[in-house]
Design a protein around this ligand. Structure first.
Ligand code: SF4
Ligand code: SF4
Length: 642
């Protein structure tokens, strides 16, 4: 009796271990280096396919998706059509893991083969999941499969977008299923498996796509993309259970030589899908992912080949080539996160455009849309594309109405930022005027403030539009000199805690010019210049007789404090709960800011307002109806009843 060859499937095993090692490296590095944010889906082709579908439907890309993932999605599709489902056999970590679990199940003799009706019936789940994940991803603009994807759940430690209960259930089902049924995950649950099978049924896939496109475009019928998706999923399932053999595509198939074959059936046993190879002329079953295990373990040299040739090197070579192509293509191209046109097709045909780089606040779909809404208000702007990876926007405009300089000026948000309050011992502050290159975005101002906070002696800065951006810095000449300020501004990188995450910020600013005059400003004028008045009327203020309103005036220097000034609106929100309070105003009086609280003496008292102002927690009521209690950062002098 023939014995299986002892050879190992070298290329496949090497690639599988390489992927596992890469993932292991990401986990260990994230554990050691807290500033490293691993992206476990960076190369996920199914995410890329979903993201690209969303882009076609909504002209927007899911924030977590990158051009690289889309490139991997296209690489996978091309590889499936030309060769086979190579991602499944050579790369997919879930496939590798469940295959290893299957080996444990085989050794322990737990494995069983489901009856044909059960095997066919279970296959509907992966098409159902394919429909659900694509549908919700395109509708919501975010990767829906993350909620229950066992791979994503395990590598993110059940954090991120994971719905813990669903993910745990998916993980449990996958582990148990893989111990008892060969390739349980791949055959019955994997949405990527369903998508690649659809592509492998190339002719049917192309036919449905062409019919849909004809109905929608030349025929002008309004058929939602969900009907197309649903038809594809149903067709994929029906083909799998009624006609599991593929036709011409994929082009490469395992072929058996009858004269050389001894019918030992070893190939049937080693096939991860338990396909019937020993009696077939060629393996056309949709489950075959061209792993080559049957070829490697067949004891008869030349009995199993690829299209009757010794091409065992071809599938791994295609995997490496396609992944490399994906990397190269994505490094030269970027799919826009949003692509929105406000102008008519005629206006767009004559539009000019310019690229605005360094927009650090453009980080995702939401911030891209906020930016689009901002540029839409500028007369002459016709459209915008954003590229979050490089924080860049491409702005389309009518050159007879506006030019890039005008757009930049309209987009620029001037900043007035207090870094620290000068103590009473500081009588005079020095003023440094400079122009900063590569500075445009509000996030740039945030980075500059973060850098200045690390240096005692810098009290404030303000910026005004210009190219370079004109910046005025207030500082104490006794603590640092302009040369030191220049070196701080030109810091190449520094560590930053942003949203509780340690990251490395790389500002890239440079000083274009610097005016080292010895202009000074006294402390009082400086504070007054930094003061921003605040005035809010509410609780039916307009119906009140202003002559009969009480005014509670309190010193409010803390509204200038850098760490407290952003909480002023929360204090106002907190006071609004008292229906007798009708106006909240901050004002500059003589030498310092004051808070003026207008109230209806028939409904509330100074005592009640004082008690409210000095509560340890501020009770915030949001427009959505939700409430939140936050620590009250303000302190107030005792109530003077005079
Ligand atoms: S191809 Fe023939 S000889 Fe080779 S393992 Fe299969 S049954 Fe045995
Ligand atoms: S038939 Fe051969 S190549 Fe295809 S899945 Fe089975 S073992 Fe792998």
């Amino acid at each position: 009796m023939s014995k299986p060859s002892k050879k190992i499937n070298f290329y496949r095993t090497s690639l599988q271990y390489l992927i596992i090692l890469l993932l292991g490296y990401m986990v260990v590095r994230a554990w050691i280096d807290k500033s490293y944010l691993p992206d476990y889906e960076a190369y996920c082709p199914v995410g890329g396919m979903q993201a690209f579908s969303g882009y076609l439907v909504n002209s927007s890309l899911a924030c977590t998706m990158t051009t690289l993932q889309i490139a991997m999605g296209f690489a996978l599709i091309i590889a499936v059509i030309l060769v086979s489902k190579l991602f499944c056999s050579f790369i997919c970590p879930i496939g590798t893991f469940t295959e290893w679990l299957g080996r444990i199940g085989s050794k322990r003799k737990w494995m069983f083969t489901p009856k044909a009706w059960l095997d066919k019936g279970l296959r509907i789940f992966k098409y159902g999941l394919l429909f659900i994940t694509f549908y919700f991803t395109v509708e919501a603009g975010e990767l829906f499969c993350r909620k229950f994807d066992p791979y994503y759940a395990v590598f993110t430690g059940f954090g991120g977008d994971v719905a813990v209960l669903y993910a745990l259930l998916a993980l449990l089902v996958t582990i148990l299923g893989s111990l008892f049924i060969r390739q349980f995950w791949c055959k019955y649950l994997c949405p990527l498996g369903a998508a690649t099978n659809l592509v492998a049924y190339t002719i049917y896939f192309a036919a449905i796509t062409v019919v849909y496109l004809i109905l929608v475009f030349p025929a002008g019928l309004s058929i939602s993309w969900t009907w197309y998706l649903g038809t594809l999923c149903l067709a994929g399932f029906l083909l799998e259970i009624l006609k599991p053999e593929t036709t011409i595509f994929p082009l490469i198939k395992i072929t058996r030589s009858e004269p050389l074959c001894t019918h030992c059936k070893i190939c049937d046993k080693v096939c991860p899908y338990a396909l019937n190879i020993s009696t077939a002329d060629k393996v056309s079953h949709i489950d075959c992912h061209l792993c080559g295990d049957c070829v490697t373990r067949c004891p008869e040299k030349g009995a199993l080949t690829y299209n009757r040739r010794k091409l065992q090197w071809l599938p791994p070579a295609v995997v490496v080539f396609m992944v490399a192509c994906g990397f190269v293509w994505s490094s030269f191209n970027e799919v826009p996160t949003i692509d929105i046109k406000f102008g008519t097709p005629e206006q767009m045909a004559k539009a000019s455009f310019y690229e605005q780089k360094g927009l650090l606040s453009i980080k995702c779909y939401g911030s891209s849309m906020a930016f689009a809404n901002q540029v839409k208000e500028i007369p002459g702007v016709l459209g915008v594309q954003t590229f979050v990876k490089h924080h860049t926007a491409k702005i389309f405009f009518n050159p007879s109405v506006i030019n890039p300089q005008g757009i930049k000026a309209a987009l620029y948000t001037p900043v007035k930022e207090i870094i620290a309050l000068p103590g009473p011992e500081v009588n005079q502050l020095f003023v440094l005027d400079c122009g900063i290159d590569h500075f445009f975005d509000p996030n740039d101002a945030f980075l500059l403030a973060e850098m200045f906070k690390r240096q005692p002696g810098i009290y404030s800065f303000e910026t005004h539009f210009g190219e370079p951006v004109k910046t005025i810095i207030y500082y104490d000449e006794n603590k640092l000199k302009p040369a030191r300020i220049k070196s701080i501004i030109e810091t190449r990188e520094f560590e930053l805690i942003d949203n509780e995450q340690k990251t490395t910020a790389k500002p890239g600013f440079s000083i274009a010019w610097m005016n080292e005059s010895s202009i000074t400003v006294n402390r009082k004028d400086f504070l007054k210049g930094m003061f921003t008045p605040y005035d809010h009327r509410f609780n039916e203020f307009e119906k009140k007789d202003t002559l009969h309103l009480g005014i509670y005036e309190i010193p409010f220097t803390e509204c200038l404090y850098p760490d407290k000034k952003d909480s002023v609106p929360y204090l106002r929100n907190h006071l609004m709960a008292d229906k007798g309070v009708v106006r909240f105003q901050t004002s500059w009086k003589e030498e310092s800011p004051v808070l003026l609280i207008y109230f209806d003496p028939g409904k509330t008292t100074k005592q009640a307002i004082y008690l409210s102002l000095t509560r340890p927690k501020l009770h915030i009521q949001y427009k959505s109806g939700e409430t939140e209690d936050i620590v009250n950062p303000f302190t107030f002098p005792a109530l003077n009843n005079k």
